[in-house]
Ligand binder design. Structure first.
Ligand SMILES: *Cc1c(COP(=O)(O)O)cnc(C)c1O
Length: 436
């Protein structure tokens, strides 16, 4: 006995890789009434569709292509008149679940201008950088410029400085804390068409005012993109401030377990998402794959639980470092001494799980510290269940010229710490030992 043909499944489940929108709110039926699910429930069930074999979890669809029952059907699916999957680079049911879950989480509790639940579309990519490349190249043309700030993720800084200028897209990296300066810069150059904001930003946890900057971008008709990797939608929802796109490296907190590289581009202009951005994504070839999407979906199921623990552990680590005699500076958005404290309090639910700090002994002390750690891992990346410690100057920001790096506060001995879910006593003991 054959299982239900896949095309039946697709029809029944009403999903297409062609123009489609995601339900903005996740409902379940309760006494015949639609009831909006909470954030944690969406983490678990959002985007899930009944599978033809009734597997509890959406399987890893390892198929590069999809079969049509007739020539008429393939033509109709290609034209977008019928729902259906076509080819793996364009989409896949395992990928679709992760995409829809993330779109639902970013839109959670937000209304659009007309007072309806906000509708978003998410496109999963092979990496955060692929999602960022789609956001930039899908929205900018040769002769246009983008505006952003210093202290960006190293790869973002490099694509802006080293790749885009070759295609005629230039940039201005300025101080986004000085909003008058940002406005003057935009006013002075009509070719600026896109504003990119990373907040909190690598690795000094600079925090930029989303409400003010987005309003400024909108005033001059710019496309506003926010990298929400450090905060996740659990702590911060940029679409509350009317931004156009959110990007994530899903490699980090969204996956949460360090098992797959991935990125996502989320947008609210569904027509643009379904046409221009889908075209850029498909033709640049930065598609995700079913296995990585499966791992991502599995990680997303515990997002809120993990974030709560990341946050409470980070708070304790920051307090510990703040009072330590070997530490010169602690950058943590939950400390009142951080210049971004007030803005973070306004736009984030909690200061998050990321900390960076400077040891009094500079570069040498930093190296010794890393080599002394017993429990926490010396590695790049962040947002995994376990604690990861990174020396920015010699790793993530190696490609950024030293003088630019210093201007962004990334000193030679700066240590970035992604605080994990271990027992806090064990993390603190390891820190104490490594600094002794
Ligand atoms: C890691 C990271 C990226 C790049 O993501 P990849 O998945 O490594 O391509 C972009 N932005 C931020 C803030 C990051 O931390």
């Amino acid at each position: 006995m054959l299982a239900t043909p896949i095309i039946e499944y697709l029809k029944n489940n009403f999903f297409s890789t062609l123009p489609c929108t995601f339900r903005a709110n996740f409902y379940y039926k309760m006494a015949d009434k639609n009831t909006t699910a909470g954030f944690d429930t969406i983490c678990l069930h959002g985007g899930h569709r009944t599978e033809s074999n009734k597997a509890h979890l959406t399987p890893i669809y390892a198929s590069s292509t999809y079969v049509f029952d007739s020539a008429e059907e393939s033509a109709a699916v290609f034209k977008g008149e019928e729902q259906g999957y076509i080819y793996g680079r364009w989409g896949n049911p395992t990928i679709a679940e992760a995409e829809e879950k993330i779109a639902l989480l970013e839109a959670y509790g937000i209304d659009d201008a007309a007072g309806n639940a906000l509708q978003l579309k998410a496109i999963l990519h092979a990496s955060g950088m692929a999602a960022i490349a789609t956001a930039f190249l899908g929205n900018l043309k040769a002769g246009e410029k983008m505006i952003s700030h210093q202290s960006l993720y190293g790869g973002t800084h490099e694509i802006i400085e080293k790749i885009m200028p070759d295609y005629g897209i230039n940039h201005l990296l300025i101080d986004f804390h000085n909003t008058d300066g940002v406005e003057a810069a935009i006013k002075a150059d009509a070719t600026i068409r896109l504003m990119h904001i990373e907040t909190p930003a690598n690795p000094t946890l600079q925090c930029f005012d989303l409400k003010t900057l987005s309003a400024l971008g909108k005033k001059y008709g710019l496309t506003v993109v926010v990298d929400n990797t450090f905060a996740t939608p659990y702590l911060q929802q940029p679409f509350r401030y009317d931004v156009d796109y959110v990007v994530h490296s899903t490699t980090k907190y969204l996956n949460g377990h360090g098992t797959a590289i991935g990125g996502v581009l989320v947008g609210k202009d569904l027509d643009r998402m379904n046409k221009a951005l889908t075209k850029t994504h498909r033709l640049l070839g930065g598609n995700s794959n079913a296995f990585d999407a499966f791992l991502l979906t599995n990680g997303l199921r515990t997002l809120s639980l993990r974030m709560d623990r990341h946050c409470s552990n980070a708070e304790k680590v920051a307090q510990f470092l703040d009072g330590h005699k070997a530490v010169a500076v602690v950058n943590y958005l939950g400390l009142t001494s951080h210049p971004g404290y007030a803005v973070a309090k306004q736009q984030m639910k909690h200061a998050g799980g990321m900390i960076s700090f400077e040891l009094k002994g500079g570069f040498d002390a930093g190296v010794k510290f890393l080599n002394n750690m017993q429990l926490c891992k010396n590695a790049v990346s962040l947002g995994t269940c376990d604690t990861i410690v990174t020396h920015a100057a010699s790793t993530t920001h190696l490609g950024v010229p030293r003088e630019q790096r210093l201007k962004a506060g990334i000193t030679d001995g700066l240590i970035r710490m992604s605080v994990g879910l271990e027992n806090i006593e064990d993390i603190l003991r390891d820190l104490e030992h490594a600094m002794a």
